[in-house]
Write a protein that binds this ligand. Structure first.
Ligand code: SAM
Length: 270
């Protein structure tokens, strides 16, 4: 019988590709570096392959799970254990993390469909978080860790590296999951920086410029940054902004060069 494409798509609702390789689960928990002083937040515990290892290591564990059926299973499974374990039934992308005590560590094998969204939400609350050990689709992690000049370098790379120290930890093949996804995954860590990577006067303007610079990836900066053309300087036919040659492409600019652009525009428009 032919499988209707919709059914094929529904195979992993809510990004439910469960990790089934216990050796990999063990490595993830080791790399997350949890000790008995730590309050841990696990997003999407699913069938608890990570949860069961995290519980004995941590001071407390708060699990945020969207699927009500899995929440009931988790409650039943751990109800007689002595651990400090709490389940919050809800959407991790909407949760107010400021309601948790400061200084927690996040561990998650994130659901693919919402991974970037949830990560950005966590970064927003970064000053309350010690570290995040996250698993996501490899292609996205390639972008998070990319450096200038690399073809994966994008506005997401700048966003994440501005706020956090990023480290790639482990490559995980699709065979480690059930149902098996089409793509491979990567485990990485984010450590929120006490101060952003570069000093910018107006962070909103900084990110507006970064997003514009990458908007048409193949175009030169003088096209992508037209909104600020009043600040352009023409020297012998070459166009510059804050001393940066605008015939370059956004993907070649370092974080400091983006900061120079933003601070220059900010001070000239004051
Ligand atoms: N931690 C388990 C593991 O490693 O096998 C499950 C990981 S699975 C990739 C993602 C989990 O996140 C699923 O249990 C799914 O129900 C849950 N989930 C999906 N969307 C969510 C959301 N928006 N908020 C919280 N949990 C979510």
């Amino acid at each position: 019988v032919a499988i209707h494409p919709l059914h094929a798509m529904r195979k992993s609702p809510l990004g439910q590709n469960f990790l089934v390789d216990s050796e990999i689960a063990k490595s993830i928990v080791e790399l997350a570096d949890i000790n008995t002083e730590d309050d841990v937040v696990e997003i999407g515990p699913g069938k608890a392959i990570l949860t069961q290892r995290l519980l004995p290591l941590s001071r407390s564990l708060t699990a945020i799970e969207l699927d009500p059926k899995l929440c009931r299973e988790l409650e039943n499974r751990f109800k007689n254990e002595a651990y400090s374990f709490r389940i919050i039934e809800g959407d991790a992308a909407k949760y107010d993390y400021s309601s948790l005590e400061q200084g927690f560590k996040v561990v998650s094998n994130l659901p693919y469909y919402a991974a970037t969204h949830i990560m950005k939400k966590l970064i927003h609350f970064g000053n309350r978080i010690q570290s995040m050990t996250l698993m996501m689709q490899k292609e996205v992690v390639d972008r998070l860790t990319a450096e200038p000049g690399n073809k994966e370098y994008s506005s997401l790379s700048v966003y994440v590296q501005y706020h956090c120290q990023v480290e790639r930890l482990l490559e995980i093949p699709n065979t480690a999951f059930s149902p098996r996804p089409k793509i491979d995954s990567t485990l990485f860590s984010l450590k929120p920086l006490p101060r952003p990577m570069v000093q910018v006067q107006d962070p909103q303007l900084f990110f507006k410029i970064v997003n514009a610079a990458f908007f048409h990836k193949r175009k030169m900066l003088k096209n992508n940054l037209k909104a600020w053309k009043n600040n352009f300087k023409n020297e012998q036919g070459q166009i510059y902004l804050a001393g940066i040659d605008l015939s370059r492409r956004g993907e070649t600019l370092t974080m400091s060069e983006f900061a120079n652009l933003a601070n220059y525009i900010h001070s000239s428009n004051e």
